[in-house]
Design a protein around this ligand. Structure first.
Ligand code: TYD
Length: 224
C-alpha cells in the first residue's frame, strides 16, 4: 500500500510491566505489514543507539538513581527517538507503533516516584516537539496477574515484596487516571485473548489512518 503524500500516524502502546503490550505491538505490526501498510515498530527508551545505551545505564543503576535524573534520562532517550526516528517516519507517511512513550514517564516517574507531573508534561512536550500520539493503546491488567506473567516468563522465584507491589499499584492507578482523561486512548482488557486484542487494535489503527489522510499530529512544533 502506498503512503503517497499522506502524513504518518503515531500510535503508542502503554501498560505496566507484564501487561502484554510488547507482544501486542509486535502482533499488530505483523498484521498491518501483512496488509501492506507502511509500519515502523519501535520502542522507548531503546529505539535508538543512544536510547539503548541509556537503557543499559538505567538497568544497571540498581535503583540508586533519583527520580528526576531517571526521568531526564528517559527524556533524553525520547528526544533522540523523536529526532532520529519518529519525526522522519511521520514525514514519510508511516504508521509508527511505539512500545511505550511519554505516558510511561507520567505513570512511572510521576505517579510511581512522585516527580512533578506538570514538569514531566512540559519536558515531554518539548522533546516530542508538541507531537501527540493519534492513538494510545492501553493494556489494562491487574498487578497480580502481570507479576505472575513476568515470573513465568523469566522463571524467577514467584512473588514480589510489599514495597514493590505498592509501587506498581501506584503506577497502575496512574495509567488508569491518564487513560480515563485522554480522548485518544483505546483501553483494552489485558486478560482478553491476544488474537482478539490484536484485531480490535488493528481495526482502530486502520480507521485512524484513513480518517486523517493528511493529518498533522504535531500541535505547534517547537522551534529551537
Ligand atoms: P519495558 O518496555 O518494559 O522494556 P524492556 O522490554 O526492556 O523491559 O521498559 C523498561 C522499563 O522502563 C519499564 O519498567 C518501564 C520503565 N520506563 C519508565 O520508568 N519511564 C519511561 O519513560 C519509560 C519509557 C519506561
Amino acid at each position: 500500500m502506498q503512503s503517497g503524500n499522506r502524513r504518518g500516524i503515531l500510535i503508542s502502546f502503554e501498560g505496566i510491566d507484564g501487561a502484554g503490550k510488547s507482544t501486542l505491538a509486535r502482533r499488530v505490526s505483523f498484521a498491518l505489514s501483512s496488509l501492506g501498510f507502511p509500519v515502523l515498530l519501535t520502542q522507548e527508551p531503546a529505539g535508538t543507539f543512544i536510547g539503548r545505551e541509556l537503557d543499559t545505564l538505567l538497568k544497571n543503576n540498581h535503583g540508586s538513581i533519583g527520580p528526576c535524573a531517571e526521568y531526564l534520562t528517559f527524556a533524553a532517550a525520547r528526544a533522540e527517538h523523536f529526532e532520529k526516528l519518529v519525526i522522519p517516519a511521520l514525514t514519510e507517511g508511516k504508521i509508527i507503533l511505539s512500545d511505550r512513550m511519554g505516558d510511561s514517564s507520567i505513570a512511572y516517574q510521576g505517579y510511581g516516584r512522585g516527580l512533578d507531573i506538570a514538569f514531566i508534561e512540559m519536558v515531554n512536550n518539548f522533546v516530542m516537539r508538541g507531537t501527540i500520539p493519534n492513538l494510545t493503546v492501553y493494556l489494562s491488567l491487574d498487578v497480580e496477574t502481570a507479576q505472575q506473567r513476568i515470573t513465568s516468563r523469566s522463571q524467577q522465584a514467584s512473588g514480589f515484596d510489599r514495597e514493590r507491589k505498592d509501587m506498581i499499584l501506584k503506577i497502575k492507578q496512574g495509567f488508569d487516571a491518564i487513560m480515563d482523561k485522554k480522548e485518544t486512548s483505546l483501553i483494552l482488557d489485558g486478560r482478553q485473548e491476544l488474537d482478539e486484542l490484536s484485531s480490535i487494535t488493528v481495526q482502530k489503527i486502520i480507521d485512524c489512518y484513513h480518517a486523517n489522510p493528511t493529518s498533522d499530529p504535531t500541535r505547534s512544533p517547537t522551534t529551537y
